[in-house]
Write a protein that binds this ligand. Structure first.
Ligand code: OSB
Ligand code: MG
Length: 421
């Protein structure tokens, strides 16, 4: 989104980054058309002058009420806590990135307040005033700081949003995406009874979802999945255990094979790659890793150990779109299946995930659902919707979504505003 615009340098830059789209204020300005086209030629041939410089960063805490509490083996979420980051560049473009860390570290080690402190004390003071030729440059800048992927993802994604807007391209295209839509999928929390779960699945199928993921844990697994399978014999069905089992449960989990699940996601603890390999050797059902994969090295170890056959690729968990692209390229070459996961995302993170899901190498339906799956109102306007069994990629440049500022004001608290001095 373009907010303000002043000065010859910025005019020249706009003209060049917008690939020759000349607004009237520019053509009648001090800078002649001939000179501009010369500048533009060098910008595109040499990449000279394409650097974006961050002049402002604003960080908010988000508290979005979920329509229904979402229960997994790790706990129940009734309110989605997140951080929203807005970066403004020297030309007035604004890019947005979400930090998906939850209020408590139940899923991975990151949590909202820790991520906010990391961003406010360490990262954002170094981002504001800094120049980037490409979003990958940020990953280099913070490469010596361990972990904190979800916090880093907020910055990397905001830079990708800016980078794509400056090229006047949808984010999906800037990332190398080739699809105009991504195959949707829905993730259903643990329900009180098998019958209640079957009812939820029926609603999801009626809404258009062709792949349904069901959360499981000991005591809420076989009976629930058998009931769903009986009601929907050909549905693309999978289960996500969020680390609720141990290798000693292998015989129990082997009973899942009869259900012809598309995959079983993260049955064991995140660090248990060797144990996942041992379990995979005893199961026909393909294993998918989620919590276990936070870096490219994790994905490489997964392949080396044969710890599973599928990766749930989450932008947040791996530190942003740049890292996700790298892991996806590796997965493709290693012939692992890959799909894009979610974090009960607001529209900002949802749009970034949707863009990633258009890339080659995404081979299975995603945890990409309509905004209304989790929220009565989204912080983007219009919300993202389901078209048949797919999510259409917005056509506008960058993330391609607009912030719904009036609603945003109801669910957001400003934590910090960093400007260049
Ligand atoms: O394990 O994939 C998971 C939500 C929160 C934390 C972890 C997970 C999930 C989901 C929901 O399954 C996916 C979505 O946002 O659609
Ligand atoms: Mg999962």
């Amino acid at each position: 989104m373009l907010v303000y615009d002043s000065g010859i340098a910025q005019l020249v830059e706009h003209l060049t980054v917008n690939q020759g789209v000349v607004s009237s204020s520019l053509t009648t300005g001090v800078v002649g058309g001939y000179h501009l086209s010369v500048v533009s030629f060098f910008v595109f041939r040499k990449g000279f002058g394409m650097e974006l410089q961050i002049v402002q960063a604003r960080l908010w805490a988000l508290k979005m009420p979920l329509l229904h509490p979402f229960a997994s083996s790790e706990g129940t979420v009734a309110t989605k806590d997140a951080l929203l980051l807005e970066l403004t560049d020297q030309s007035g473009w604004r890019g947005f990135g979400e930090c998906s860390a939850f209020a408590t570290p139940f899923y991975t080690a990151e949590f909202q307040a820790g991520a906010a402190a990391f961003l406010q004390h360490l990262v954002l003071p170094r981002v504001v005033g800094h120049g980037y030729h490409h979003p990958d440059d940020f990953d280099q800048q913070v490469a010596n700081w361990q972990g904190n992927q979800m916090a880093k993802a907020a910055v990397n994604c905001a830079l990708w949003d800016l980078y794509a807007q400056r090229q006047n391209q949808p984010l999906a295209k800037a990332l190398g995406g080739e699809r105009a839509a991504a195959e949707a999928g829905i993730s259903l929390g643990i329900q009180a009874s098998p019958a209640a779960l079957v009812e939820k699945v029926a609603q999801a199928v009626a809404a258009g979802y062709r792949r349904v993921k069901v959360k499981i844990k000991p005591g809420h697994d076989l009976a629930d999945l058998r009931a769903v399978r009986a009601a929907f014999p050909t549905l693309m069905l999978m289960a996500d255990a969020n680390s609720a089992y141990q290798l000693t449960d292998a015989a129990h989990l082997r009973q899942l094979d009869e259900l012809k699940l598309t995959m079983l996601e993260q049955p064991l603890a995140p660090g248990d790659l060797i144990e996942h390999a041992a379990l995979q050797a005893q199961l026909q059902t393909p294993l998918c890793l989620d919590e276990s994969i936070t870096t490219l090295a994790d994905a490489q170890a997964m392949v080396q150990l044969q710890a599973g056959k599928v990766i749930n690729l989450k932008v947040a968990r791996v530190g942003g779109l740049s890292a996700a692209k790298q892991i996806l390229a590796f997965a493709q070459q290693a012939q692992l299946d890959c799909w894009v996961g979610g974090m009960l995302d607001s529209g900002v993170a949802r749009a970034a995930s949707l863009a990633l899901a258009t890339l080659p190498g995404i081979t299975l339906p995603n945890d990409l659902s309509a905004s209304t799956r989790f929220y009565a109102t989204d912080i983007i306007d219009p919300p993202l919707t389901l078209q048949g069994s797919q999510m259409l990629v917005p056509a506008a440049a960058g993330l391609g979504v607009e912030i719904n500022w009036p609603y945003f004001a109801q669910v957001a608290t400003l934590l910090g505003d960093f400007t260049m001095n």
